[in-house]
Design a protein around this ligand. Structure first.
Ligand code: FES
Length: 575
């Protein structure tokens, strides 16, 4: 039989022709029952599945992928699923962020090395979204993202509880002696009661919103709960759309433009999104070749009101957000701040996608003239303590601490913090500023989510619930507090943070966007002369490569040799 090839696709470099190599490529694929016409030039869609039972947020992906495959088949494509390193936030040690770049390498090489014409990325838990999109951006094939969807709202003893956000509150109640360990255990099952990822506007929901705002996922991607039939329907439509995108040659680089990133930053402000979106979007932009900086975050987010009333900044959860209409409604509400001409995976513009959307939950998605926070976004701070920048989320901070001067209480690393924070002798009060070193990309390593340090027990007992905290680490998107994060350069790289000592006065002024260490240059130079870089935790293996190559948070914490788009061409045959 002679194969009738419909058109020359990338996958035909493997499956087309009648030579020895084509035989090898087709024959082995036929061991699963694929007929001859599976290789006739129809679009082959690679489906990158981050299923893992160690990543509970993505553990329903075996079911979800069947809907995606159905959609690909319905549109005349051939779906072929492949796995990728699954960065699960709740279990991976020392921190899932250490493996974001590793997973991105896995995805990039799997896409480039295999015979696929288009790609579907199945993301859910925090790091799975950026890692997949970073890897795919370095290849630049037609690519579409589908998120796994959030869990249903948590309910405990008549109260709505949100992933992460209420964990911090409940654990502080236990430490303050107002909640029993038995009640604490009961709340665990009540919080996570369905498949899906965190249902607060934490990092997973933020990144699901970001891919929708960037235009690389279908409208409504962020909000449908994992167990809602409309999530399965969206998966099917994603499969269909991936096939059409191959025919249209709708590559990532046509969608991931500077305008798309600007839209995403605006939307992040409007939803009260996670600070983690900063490092992830910077890293994705670096892969596709878009010049995005911390200044863009401050400039574009400053005048955006937070209109979504979701935890951790507000009251509601993703299920409520879904009933209100989700991201399309948010986009419509701040349409005048968006680049409406930006192209999306629908093949249409942002403006066309949001035509006629209706807000069915004005309490959840508020109007522009009645925002949750007047000036949302991410504040980018600078000063002699953070020459290359630091970030803070004003909507999650206590208003009375946004301008604050106090003495530093310094912890050299996370072990030092755990050892001393509850010491009754620790010289600390509510005016102190907790400073943590060694939590950055190089120092932890992996830039852990430890920036929202737990408060000293003795202050919790007095009813204190927030203090200014400063570190080179990150904070869970589900957390809250007046927390300065991502200080760059980090302490382990010799940034000024390494030189802070207990008792030094530190001044935070969010309105002025400054973070100042009130120590003279001479004194800092003296301290620097005696400073020694900490030894890395591991001298071999992936961690050693990571520590040698990781960039600072202000440029996205990618590995320096991974930055850029390398395309999908592989000229050499393997046989
Ligand atoms: Fe996976 Fe929160 S732990 S999204």
């Amino acid at each position: 039989m002679v194969l009738k090839v419909k058109m020359q696709r990338r996958s035909q470099a493997w499956f087309g022709g009648m030579d020895k190599d084509a035989f090898i490529h087709r024959s082995w694929m036929k061991n699963r029952g694929l007929p001859d016409d599976a290789f006739d030039g129809r679009p082959i869609i690679g489906i990158c599945n981050t299923f893992s039972e160690f990543t509970p947020c993505n553990a329903h992906f075996r079911e979800l992928v069947t809907d995606i495959k159905a959609g690909v088949l319905e549109a005349g494509g051939l779906p072929l699923e492949f796995p990728a390193f699954s960065c699960g936030e709740s279990n991976l040690r020392p921190t899932a962020m250490l493996f974001r770049n590793l997973a991105s390498m896995d995805v990039e090489e799997a896409i480039r090395g295999n015979p696929m014409d288009g790609v579907i990325l199945m993301a859910g838990c925090d790091k799975t979204t950026p890692s997949l999109l970073m890897g795919a951006a370095s290849c630049d094939l037609p690519t579409i993202v589908i998120s796994g969807g959030p869990m249903l709202n948590g309910h405990y003893r008549g109260k709505t509880i949100g992933s992460g956000t209420d964990v911090w509150k409940l654990s502080e109640d236990v430490r303050a002696g107002v909640m029993s360990p038995q009640e604490f255990m009961e709340a665990e099952s009540a919080m996570s009661r369905s498949a899906g990822h965190c249902m607060t506007m934490g990092t997973a929901s933020t990144m699901a919103s970001m891919v929708e705002a960037l235009g690389v996922a279908l409208p409504t991607n962020a909000a449908w709960p994992a167990v809602d039939a409309r999530r399965a329907r969206l998966a099917r439509m994603t499969g269909r759309r991936a096939v059409a995108m191959v025919d249209e040659d709708l590559r990532l680089s046509k969608i991931l433009t500077k305008e798309a990133f600007e839209n995403a930053i605006r939307i992040n402000g409007a939803i009260g999104g996670s600070t983690n979106a900063v490092v992830h979007l910077l890293a994705i932009a670096g892969r596709i070749g878009v010049d995005l900086t911390l200044e863009d975050w401050d400039r574009l987010g400053r005048d955006v009101p937070t209109i979504v009333d979701l935890m951790p900044s507000g009251r509601f959860l993703m299920e409520d957000f879904c009933y209100a209409g989700g991201i399309p409604v948010v986009m419509a509400e701040i349409a005048d701040l968006l680049k409406l001409d930006a192209l999306t995976v629908t093949g249409r513009s942002v403006g066309a996608n949001i035509e006629g959307v209706v807000n069915y939950g004005p309490e959840v998605i508020r109007s522009r003239d009645n925002p949750l926070v007047e000036s949302g976004g991410i504040a980018v701070l600078r000063g002699n303590l953070a020459p290359d920048g630091a970030v803070l989320k004003p909507s999650a901070s206590s208003p009375h601490l946004l301008s604050h001067r106090g003495p530093a209480v310094v912890f050299e690393n996370i072990e030092d913090f755990h050892a001393r924070i509850d010491d009754p002798e620790l010289d600390v009060d509510e005016n102190s500023i907790l400073v943590l070193k060694g939590a950055g990309p190089r120092g932890y390593p992996g830039m852990a989510e430890v920036g929202n340090m737990a408060l000293p027990k003795k202050l919790l007992a007095r009813g204190i619930r927030d203090m200014v905290r400063i570190s080179d680490g990150r904070m869970s998107g589900t957390a809250y507090g007046t927390v300065v994060l991502h200080v760059s350069p980090e302490a382990a790289a010799g940034g000024p943070l390494a030189l802070v000592r207990t008792g030094d006065m530190v001044c935070l002024d969010v309105e002025m966007r400054t973070l100042t260490l009130e120590v003279s240059d001479d004194k800092l130079a003296e301290r620097r002369a005696n400073w020694k870089a900490p030894e890395p935790a591991m001298a071999t293996g992936y961690q050693s490569l990571y520590v040698k190559s990781v960039m600072q948070a202000n440029t996205g914490a990618d590995l320096d040799f991974l930055v850029g788009c390398r395309g999908a061409a592989v000229p050499r045959e393997s046989h």
